[in-house]
Design a protein around this ligand. Structure first.
Ligand SMILES: [Zn+2]
Ligand SMILES: [Zn+2]
Length: 374
């Protein structure tokens, strides 16, 4: 029977050898080795990285998910298991997720003969790129699942704290780009060119009118421009400009409206200033939607295992590709405190490992409850 110390060791090893999205080869091998050392079956799926394991028998199916990828960040935390892969860091705590979900797998394996159904344990790649979950769902590996369970560690909550809400819990994360092609000229002869910088200025203002003028006071969304570039010296009119940013929204209708408005602003400014504008809109993960019944179950189980439960009033404006599961199957995604002074995606992010004490118990209890329902 393995112990809490094993979970810590697993986590530290994952932390020491982080790998970027879609390149989690060694990570996948490490997960497989641990699972196989507990005699846990790994499904044969056409996946380059990531894997799905199975425990139990019978018709009912419940899935538990961990993500496995790290970020292109140079770690600034010093401990004996600091990342040895320069420029790559588990700064989102997916190392914590892997260790805890491995613990879930091994604990379920111990009680396999008592399980009233099957549990598929997902270790999915490329969460940070927003499509790993969809790719796993598309393999059919969890077809017919009555529930998909997942979590993210949450640095601003303390160890022992748990937060969830029914319905939408994280926003969709989209990216937009405007590529403006004008006509360069001598800075002293603007009449001979077609200045893309003027268009860029108009664009910034117009884009900010979407949330303020096209959304009701009772709806929410964020439109942020994160990058603007044009020109490279003081006395030349540039011939091109580039703008990119992100949209965070909470329902499909608003998401589509914002996408259409951005495109129509691109078309309108192109016409008004006689420049070419290419508007690109990339749909990344959608909003994660929690099933109401499963949310209530999650709250019951969390209290049972001793968490202090907070029911959230509002969703978060961060994205999570767990939506690739929640769009297809009844799901519940929760936040569990990891108490780090620095937030997710920060080079000094340093979660408290005591989070590993209770997470496995939450999932094991939850899985048993779901499989034992009539
Ligand atoms: Zn992340
Ligand atoms: Zn994450």
């Amino acid at each position: 029977m393995q112990q809490y110390e094993d979970y810590i060791n697993w986590r530290r090893t994952f932390h020491q050898f982080p790998e970027l999205s879609d390149a989690e080869y060694e990570t996948t091998k490490r997960i497989r080795r641990i699972l196989e050392s507990f005699d846990i079956k790994v499904l044969d799926l056409p996946l380059e990285t990531g894997l799905v394991a199975e425990i139990g028998q019978g018709d009912q199916l419940v899935a538990v998910r961990s993500d496995i990828d790290a970020l292109p960040i140079n770690e600034q935390v010093v401990h004996e298991f600091t990342s040895t892969n320069e420029g790559v860091m588990h700064a989102c705590g997916h190392d914590i997720h892997m260790a805890s979900v491995l613990a879930v797998a091994t604990r379920l394996k111990e009680i396999e003969s008592q399980l009233n159904g099957r549990v598929r344990i997902i270790f999915q790649p490329a969460e940070e790129l927003g499509y790993g979950a969809v790719n796993i769902a598309n393999t059919g590996a969890i077809e017919g699942a009555k529930a998909v369970l997942g979590y993210h560690n949450y640095p601003t909550m303390d160890i022992g704290e748990f937060a969830v809400k029914s319905g939408v819990i994280t926003s969709s994360v989209d990216r937009f780009e405007f590529k403006i092609k004008g006509k360069g000229a001598h800075a002293a002869k603007p009449e001979q060119g077609n200045d893309p910088v003027i268009v860029l200025g108009q664009l910034i203002n117009s884009v900010q009118s979407i949330v303020s003028r096209n959304l009701s006071a009772f709806d929410n969304a964020v439109v942020t421009i994160g990058e603007v570039s044009s020109g490279n010296t003081w006395n030349v009119i540039a011939d091109e400009a580039y703008v990119q940013g992100t949209v965070r929204s909470f329902d499909e209708a608003k998401r589509t409206m914002i996408e259409e408005r951005l495109k129509s602003i691109g078309r309108g400014l192109s016409e008004a200033f006689d420049v070419e504008i290419e508007t690109l809109y990339h749909r990344l993960p959608g909003a994660v939607i929690n099933d109401e019944k499963l949310t209530n179950d999650a709250i019951t189980v969390a209290k049972e295992v001793g968490y202090e439960v907070h029911v959230m009033d509002l969703p978060l404006t961060i994205g999570e590709d767990f939506s690739g599961f929640s769009n297809k199957y009844p799901s519940v995604f929760v936040f569990i405190g990891s108490n780090s002074e620095y937030d997710l995606h920060h080079p000094k992010y340093d979660p408290d490992e005591r989070i590993l004490e209770k997470v496995p118990e939450y999932f094991v209890t939850f899985v048993q409850k779901l499989l034992n329902e009539a």
